[in-house]
Design a protein. Sequence first.
Length: 235
Amino acid sequence: MNFGKKFEVFWNFFIHKDGYKTVLTGLENTAIIAVSGLLIGIFIGTIIAALNVIPKNNPVIKLLDKIGRLYVGLFRGTPIVVQLLIFYYVLLPLLDVNLNSVGVAVVVFGMNSGAYISEIMRAGILSVDPGQMEGGRSVGLSYGTTMMKIVIPQAVKNILPTLGNEFIALIKETAVVSFIGATDICVAFSRIASNSYEYMVPYLVMAVIYIVLVVIISQLVKLMERSLRKSDKSL
């Protein structure tokens, strides 16, 4: 095995035949899908978690909570590849909606992430001292205001490492967006490999890029944790 020759072939396609442009497009799409998916997931997950933990004194709240549970069951019970395929090839044509593959991936990843983050957020809310809710209500705040301004911010601090893991999972799961024709990191390097007929180096470089991304995200999460701990100590 002549690794030097293999790397030369890869480098030729990567630089001289504009393979890097495809990789940059893949990196951009991966970032868009993962970041947007996480933000959508946090929004959806927070709402579902809040509905799950608040008192069910209102029939509307009971109905919304049941819908939320059904939502979580559907998205946790099916693979994300199946969700992508159904959304792109079934729902969009039925609804006559024109949305590109990256847009579809953002929506599906966000909805899928919301189902998982709802359980993460629920655990985070339950981990907050009940006295925080009682304290907010005692000074005249409504249940919803106390939840949004006091309880949920503390819950996010508690679940920050788990949210970091969810973001890492989203980064890696973007490798399946090729099923609906979107270009991500995996697709970009697969194209270089198939065009150059050299698979070893492109796939090794691809693995290194994923590892670097995961390390960067892990370090950012640790920095955020340290910052939050310092702010807690200063209070």
